[in-house]
Design a protein. Sequence first.
Length: 91
Amino acid sequence: MFVCICNAVSDRDIRAHAESGVSTLDELRLRTGCSDCCGQCADEAEEILQATLAARLTGGSTGHPTQDLPSAPRESEPKRPVLPVMSPQPA
Ligand code: FES
C-alpha cells in the first residue's frame, strides 16, 4: 500500500529501509523522498518506521503479515523437548 502518494513510497519500502538501518523520518525522506512534498504521509510513515524498529528490537510483530512469518531457529537456540499431549483422565 502506498503511504506517500507524492513519491510512490509504500509501507513495504519503509519497512525495508528500517530493516537496513534507517531510524528517523529525515533519513527516510533523504533516501526515498517520503514526506518531502505535501507532508500528508509523515505521521503514517513515522508510525510504520517506529513500529518496524520496535519489532526489530523486541522480535515482535511489525503488523505486516509477510514480515511476521516465523524464522528458522538459530543454531544457538537450545532445543526444547517435545512433551506428549496428555488427555484428561476420567474421575
Ligand atoms: S503524500 Fe508524501 S509528500 Fe505527499
